[in-house]
Write a protein that binds this ligand. Structure first.
Ligand SMILES: Nc1ncnc2c1ncn2[C@@H]1O[C@H](COP(=O)(O)OP(=O)(O)OP(=O)(O)O)[C@@H](O)[C@H]1O
Ligand SMILES: [Mg+2]
Length: 258
Protein backbone atom coordinates (compact mmCIF):
# COMPACT_ATOMS: atom_id res chain seq x y z
CA UNK A 1 0.00 0.00 0.00
CA UNK A 2 2.69 2.48 1.05
CA UNK A 3 5.19 1.10 -1.48
CA UNK A 4 5.20 4.09 -3.85
CA UNK A 5 3.78 6.66 -1.44
CA UNK A 6 6.02 9.07 0.41
CA UNK A 7 3.11 10.21 2.59
CA UNK A 8 0.38 7.72 3.34
CA UNK A 9 -2.70 8.67 5.36
CA UNK A 10 -5.05 5.86 6.31
CA UNK A 11 -8.46 6.06 7.96
CA UNK A 12 -7.76 9.30 9.80
CA UNK A 13 -10.67 10.35 12.01
CA UNK A 14 -10.88 13.25 14.46
CA UNK A 15 -13.95 14.13 16.50
CA UNK A 16 -14.57 17.24 18.56
CA UNK A 17 -17.50 16.33 20.79
CA UNK A 18 -20.35 15.56 18.43
CA UNK A 19 -18.54 17.00 15.37
CA UNK A 20 -16.59 14.60 13.17
CA UNK A 21 -14.08 17.11 11.79
CA UNK A 22 -12.11 14.47 9.84
CA UNK A 23 -13.95 11.32 8.83
CA UNK A 24 -12.02 8.22 7.73
CA UNK A 25 -9.71 10.14 5.38
CA UNK A 26 -7.20 8.11 3.37
CA UNK A 27 -4.85 9.13 0.58
CA UNK A 28 -1.42 8.27 -0.76
CA UNK A 29 0.95 10.98 -1.96
CA UNK A 30 3.90 9.81 -4.08
CA UNK A 31 7.32 11.41 -3.81
CA UNK A 32 7.77 14.48 -5.97
CA UNK A 33 4.05 15.18 -6.18
CA UNK A 34 1.76 17.96 -5.03
CA UNK A 35 -1.63 17.21 -3.56
CA UNK A 36 -4.24 19.96 -3.50
CA UNK A 37 -6.57 19.72 -0.51
CA UNK A 38 -9.76 21.67 -1.16
CA UNK A 39 -13.16 21.98 0.47
CA UNK A 40 -15.47 24.64 1.85
CA UNK A 41 -15.14 26.35 5.23
CA UNK A 42 -15.33 23.82 8.04
CA UNK A 43 -14.68 20.86 5.71
CA UNK A 44 -11.84 19.65 7.96
CA UNK A 45 -8.75 20.73 5.97
CA UNK A 46 -6.87 22.34 8.86
CA UNK A 47 -7.81 19.55 11.27
CA UNK A 48 -6.49 17.02 8.77
CA UNK A 49 -3.19 18.92 8.47
CA UNK A 50 -3.02 19.19 12.30
CA UNK A 51 -3.52 15.41 12.61
CA UNK A 52 -0.84 14.70 9.98
CA UNK A 53 1.79 16.92 11.61
CA UNK A 54 0.89 15.71 15.08
CA UNK A 55 -0.44 18.89 16.72
CA UNK A 56 -3.78 17.10 17.05
CA UNK A 57 -4.15 13.45 18.01
CA UNK A 58 -6.65 11.65 15.80
CA UNK A 59 -9.22 9.29 17.29
CA UNK A 60 -8.12 6.68 14.78
CA UNK A 61 -6.00 6.28 11.67
CA UNK A 62 -2.31 6.28 10.82
CA UNK A 63 0.24 8.45 9.04
CA UNK A 64 3.22 6.83 7.31
CA UNK A 65 6.25 8.45 5.67
CA UNK A 66 8.21 6.16 3.41
CA UNK A 67 6.27 3.19 4.75
CA UNK A 68 7.15 3.94 8.39
CA UNK A 69 4.41 4.75 10.91
CA UNK A 70 5.15 8.16 12.43
CA UNK A 71 5.49 8.61 16.17
CA UNK A 72 3.00 10.91 17.91
CA UNK A 73 3.63 14.59 18.49
CA UNK A 74 4.75 17.52 16.37
CA UNK A 75 8.41 17.42 17.43
CA UNK A 76 8.87 13.80 16.36
CA UNK A 77 7.02 14.44 13.12
CA UNK A 78 9.13 17.51 12.38
CA UNK A 79 12.20 15.30 12.84
CA UNK A 80 10.60 12.79 10.45
CA UNK A 81 10.58 15.52 7.80
CA UNK A 82 7.14 17.15 8.04
CA UNK A 83 7.04 20.94 7.94
CA UNK A 84 3.96 23.13 7.76
CA UNK A 85 2.67 26.65 7.57
CA UNK A 86 -0.40 27.86 9.43
CA UNK A 87 -3.67 29.28 8.20
CA UNK A 88 -3.17 31.93 10.88
CA UNK A 89 0.60 32.55 10.89
CA UNK A 90 2.30 31.46 14.12
CA UNK A 91 5.14 33.92 14.43
CA UNK A 92 6.87 35.78 17.23
CA UNK A 93 5.77 39.21 16.07
CA UNK A 94 8.29 41.10 18.21
CA UNK A 95 11.23 39.26 16.66
CA UNK A 96 12.75 39.85 13.25
CA UNK A 97 11.81 37.71 10.24
CA UNK A 98 15.29 36.11 10.29
CA UNK A 99 14.91 35.20 13.97
CA UNK A 100 11.53 33.64 13.17
CA UNK A 101 13.22 31.35 10.64
CA UNK A 102 15.71 29.97 13.20
CA UNK A 103 13.38 27.21 14.52
CA UNK A 104 13.27 25.76 11.00
CA UNK A 105 17.07 25.56 10.96
CA UNK A 106 17.45 24.04 14.40
CA UNK A 107 14.58 21.64 13.82
CA UNK A 108 12.18 22.94 16.38
CA UNK A 109 8.50 22.36 15.69
CA UNK A 110 6.14 25.27 16.05
CA UNK A 111 3.07 24.82 18.21
CA UNK A 112 0.79 27.55 19.38
CA UNK A 113 1.92 31.14 19.28
CA UNK A 114 2.42 31.54 23.04
CA UNK A 115 4.48 28.39 23.49
CA UNK A 116 6.52 28.95 20.34
CA UNK A 117 7.27 32.56 21.24
CA UNK A 118 8.68 31.50 24.61
CA UNK A 119 10.64 28.70 22.98
CA UNK A 120 11.98 31.11 20.37
CA UNK A 121 13.09 33.62 22.97
CA UNK A 122 14.80 30.93 25.03
CA UNK A 123 16.39 29.41 21.96
CA UNK A 124 17.55 32.66 20.45
CA UNK A 125 19.57 33.68 23.48
CA UNK A 126 22.23 31.18 22.47
CA UNK A 127 21.73 31.10 18.72
CA UNK A 128 25.15 30.88 17.08
CA UNK A 129 26.01 33.39 14.40
CA UNK A 130 26.23 30.61 11.80
CA UNK A 131 22.62 29.66 12.41
CA UNK A 132 21.49 33.28 12.06
CA UNK A 133 23.55 33.58 8.86
CA UNK A 134 21.89 30.47 7.46
CA UNK A 135 18.45 31.84 8.46
CA UNK A 136 19.30 35.09 6.66
CA UNK A 137 20.32 33.15 3.54
CA UNK A 138 17.02 31.25 3.56
CA UNK A 139 15.16 34.54 4.09
CA UNK A 140 16.85 36.04 1.07
CA UNK A 141 16.08 32.97 -1.02
CA UNK A 142 12.34 33.32 -0.34
CA UNK A 143 12.14 37.08 -0.65
CA UNK A 144 11.86 37.70 3.11
CA UNK A 145 13.41 40.92 4.36
CA UNK A 146 16.62 40.55 6.35
CA UNK A 147 16.08 43.99 7.91
CA UNK A 148 15.96 44.11 11.70
CA UNK A 149 12.29 44.98 11.84
CA UNK A 150 9.61 43.33 13.97
CA UNK A 151 7.81 40.64 11.99
CA UNK A 152 4.56 42.19 13.23
CA UNK A 153 5.27 45.28 11.14
CA UNK A 154 4.98 43.20 7.95
CA UNK A 155 1.75 42.66 6.04
CA UNK A 156 -0.03 39.30 6.10
CA UNK A 157 1.40 38.18 2.76
CA UNK A 158 4.94 38.93 3.96
CA UNK A 159 4.30 37.12 7.23
CA UNK A 160 3.18 34.08 5.25
CA UNK A 161 6.47 34.27 3.36
CA UNK A 162 8.35 34.14 6.69
CA UNK A 163 6.47 30.92 7.49
CA UNK A 164 7.27 29.49 4.06
CA UNK A 165 10.96 30.28 4.63
CA UNK A 166 10.87 28.78 8.14
CA UNK A 167 9.27 25.60 6.80
CA UNK A 168 11.76 25.38 3.93
CA UNK A 169 14.70 25.97 6.27
CA UNK A 170 13.91 22.56 7.75
CA UNK A 171 14.43 21.00 4.29
CA UNK A 172 11.15 19.09 4.60
CA UNK A 173 10.33 15.78 2.97
CA UNK A 174 6.66 16.69 3.11
CA UNK A 175 5.66 20.35 3.12
CA UNK A 176 2.10 21.14 4.24
CA UNK A 177 0.79 24.60 3.39
CA UNK A 178 -2.50 25.73 4.97
CA UNK A 179 -4.05 28.43 2.77
CA UNK A 180 -0.72 30.05 1.90
CA UNK A 181 -2.26 32.23 -0.80
CA UNK A 182 -4.76 33.95 1.50
CA UNK A 183 -3.65 37.58 1.58
CA UNK A 184 -0.60 36.88 -0.60
CA UNK A 185 0.45 39.23 -3.33
CA UNK A 186 2.26 38.22 -6.54
CA UNK A 187 5.57 38.08 -4.63
CA UNK A 188 4.04 35.65 -2.16
CA UNK A 189 2.59 33.50 -4.91
CA UNK A 190 5.99 33.39 -6.63
CA UNK A 191 7.72 32.38 -3.38
CA UNK A 192 5.18 29.66 -2.73
CA UNK A 193 5.61 28.32 -6.26
CA UNK A 194 9.38 28.40 -5.71
CA UNK A 195 9.02 26.40 -2.48
CA UNK A 196 6.72 23.88 -4.16
CA UNK A 197 9.18 23.41 -7.03
CA UNK A 198 12.12 23.02 -4.65
CA UNK A 199 10.41 20.35 -2.59
CA UNK A 200 9.35 18.57 -5.76
CA UNK A 201 12.79 18.72 -7.32
CA UNK A 202 14.26 17.20 -4.18
CA UNK A 203 11.88 14.26 -4.75
CA UNK A 204 9.67 15.20 -1.83
CA UNK A 205 5.98 16.05 -1.58
CA UNK A 206 3.62 18.93 -0.88
CA UNK A 207 0.11 19.11 0.56
CA UNK A 208 -1.41 22.40 -0.52
CA UNK A 209 -4.63 23.56 1.15
CA UNK A 210 -6.40 26.38 -0.62
CA UNK A 211 -9.62 27.74 -1.97
CA UNK A 212 -7.92 29.18 -5.03
CA UNK A 213 -8.85 26.50 -7.52
CA UNK A 214 -6.93 28.16 -10.36
CA UNK A 215 -3.67 27.98 -8.41
CA UNK A 216 -4.45 24.46 -7.22
CA UNK A 217 -5.10 23.43 -10.82
CA UNK A 218 -1.76 24.95 -11.83
CA UNK A 219 0.37 23.50 -9.02
CA UNK A 220 -1.25 20.23 -7.96
CA UNK A 221 -0.85 16.79 -9.52
CA UNK A 222 -3.91 15.48 -7.73
CA UNK A 223 -6.72 16.85 -5.63
CA UNK A 224 -8.61 15.61 -2.58
CA UNK A 225 -11.97 17.30 -2.07
CA UNK A 226 -13.17 17.24 1.54
CA UNK A 227 -16.79 17.76 2.54
CA UNK A 228 -17.99 17.44 6.13
CA UNK A 229 -14.67 15.85 7.02
CA UNK A 230 -14.86 13.05 4.45
CA UNK A 231 -13.25 12.61 1.03
CA UNK A 232 -15.93 13.54 -1.52
CA UNK A 233 -13.70 13.22 -4.59
CA UNK A 234 -10.13 12.41 -5.44
CA UNK A 235 -8.47 12.61 -8.84
CA UNK A 236 -6.72 15.01 -11.19
CA UNK A 237 -7.37 18.74 -10.70
CA UNK A 238 -9.17 18.86 -14.04
CA UNK A 239 -11.45 15.92 -13.21
CA UNK A 240 -12.09 17.32 -9.74
CA UNK A 241 -13.07 20.77 -11.06
CA UNK A 242 -15.49 19.15 -13.51
CA UNK A 243 -16.92 16.63 -11.03
CA UNK A 244 -20.50 16.70 -9.84
CA UNK A 245 -19.13 16.38 -6.30
CA UNK A 246 -17.18 19.65 -6.69
CA UNK A 247 -20.23 21.36 -8.14
CA UNK A 248 -22.46 20.20 -5.34
CA UNK A 249 -19.96 20.82 -2.52
CA UNK A 250 -19.02 24.33 -3.67
CA UNK A 251 -22.11 25.46 -5.54
CA UNK A 252 -24.82 23.27 -4.02
CA UNK A 253 -27.44 24.39 -1.61
CA UNK A 254 -25.65 23.54 1.63
CA UNK A 255 -22.34 25.42 1.31
CA UNK A 256 -21.38 28.77 -0.07
CA UNK A 257 -18.46 29.03 -2.48
CA UNK A 258 -15.56 31.30 -1.66
N1 LIG B 1 -10.48 22.87 18.35
C1 LIG B 1 -11.70 22.60 17.90
N2 LIG B 1 -12.70 22.35 18.75
C2 LIG B 1 -13.95 22.05 18.32
N3 LIG B 1 -14.30 21.99 17.01
C3 LIG B 1 -13.34 22.25 16.12
C4 LIG B 1 -11.99 22.56 16.49
N4 LIG B 1 -11.25 22.77 15.37
C5 LIG B 1 -12.10 22.59 14.34
N5 LIG B 1 -13.35 22.28 14.78
C6 LIG B 1 -14.51 21.98 13.93
O1 LIG B 1 -14.10 20.98 13.03
C7 LIG B 1 -14.64 21.23 11.74
C8 LIG B 1 -13.49 21.34 10.73
O2 LIG B 1 -12.80 22.56 10.97
P1 LIG B 1 -11.49 22.95 10.17
O3 LIG B 1 -10.98 24.21 10.76
O4 LIG B 1 -10.58 21.79 10.14
O5 LIG B 1 -12.06 23.20 8.71
P2 LIG B 1 -11.34 23.90 7.44
O6 LIG B 1 -11.70 23.07 6.27
O7 LIG B 1 -9.92 24.13 7.73
O8 LIG B 1 -12.13 25.29 7.34
P3 LIG B 1 -11.61 26.73 6.79
O9 LIG B 1 -11.68 26.69 5.29
O10 LIG B 1 -12.61 27.69 7.35
O11 LIG B 1 -10.24 26.95 7.31
C9 LIG B 1 -15.50 22.47 11.86
O12 LIG B 1 -16.83 22.05 12.11
C10 LIG B 1 -14.93 23.17 13.07
O13 LIG B 1 -15.89 23.95 13.70
MG1 LIG C 1 -8.68 25.76 7.76
Amino acid sequence: MASTALLSVTGLTKRYGGVTAVDEVSFDLPAGRVLGLVGPNGAGKTTLVDCIVGTQTPDSGTVHVDGRALPDGPAARARAGLARTFQHPQLALELTPVQNIVPGIVGRSIGSYGASLRALLRGLAGTPRTVLDRAAAVAAEYGVTTDRVPTGSLGLGSQRLVEIARAMAAEPRVLLLDEPFAGSDTEGIAAISHAVHQVREAGHSVVLVDHNVDLIAELADSVVLLADGAVAFTGSPQDCMRSTEMQSVYFGTTEEAR
